[in-house]
Ligand binder design. Structure first.
Ligand SMILES: CC(C)(COP(=O)(O)OP(=O)(O)OC[C@H]1O[C@@H](n2cnc3c(N)ncnc32)[C@H](O)[C@@H]1OP(=O)(O)O)[C@@H](O)C(=O)NCCC(=O)NCCS
Length: 136
């Protein structure tokens, strides 16, 4: 849990959940924490909230120094697979309109923008709501 929080802390665009909140995910029937490890080191994680018939990605973050080498894409593919295996037909998320890397990742995975919350974030950026149809 400490490793996950340290990874988050180093990424200003990541949602800043506390260790207690993340630990709550382990207790909850509806939540999944998916941790990506490489060579025994935690490289990133994603948090998924399962609300049938869909699921929401509440966080996805890759260790800062490991970004840009395909790990985020691999982690997202795993999250999509997990949601499918749980019977979810739709995956949704919310991302800052100023987060170019995340927007590009989601768009290339097939997510479509379905809404916008103006000036949602502290820095004044809009939130973009995105959905992915998981139906085969
Ligand atoms: C968003 C994030 C998870 C992507 O993970 P990553 O491992 O860096 O991404 P990948 O190397 O797998 O790249 C996947 C795609 O993301 C996009 N991308 C990644 N870095 C990018 C950058 N700096 N600028 C623009 N697009 C970028 C590209 O579309 C890329 O595909 P390509 O390599 O075919 O061009 C990662 O940058 C991160 O942890 N950011 C901080 C936390 C965060 O903002 N999370 C999202 C909150 S909604």
């Amino acid at each position: 849990m400490d490793a996950l929080v340290l990874i988050e802390d180093a990424c200003p665009t990541a949602p800043q959940w506390s260790a207690v909140q993340l630990a709550g995910d382990l207790e909850s029937e509806r939540a999944r924490l998916i941790v990506l490890e490489e060579g025994g080191r935690v490289e990133g994680f994603a948090a998924l909230l399962v609300v049938p018939p869909g699921a929401e990605i509440t966080s996805i973050v890759i260790r800062r120094e490991s970004q840009g080498r395909g790990l985020g894409r691999a982690l997202l593919a795993h999250v999509m697979e997990e949601a499918r295996s749980l019977g979810c037909g739709r995956l949704s998320l919310e991302v800052s309109a100023s987060n170019a890397a995340a927007l590009a990742l989601y768009a290339s995975a097939g997510f479509k923008a379905v809404g916008r919350r103006p000036k949602y974030y502290d820095d004044g950026a809009d939130a973009v709501l995105m959905d992915l149809d998981l139906a085969p």
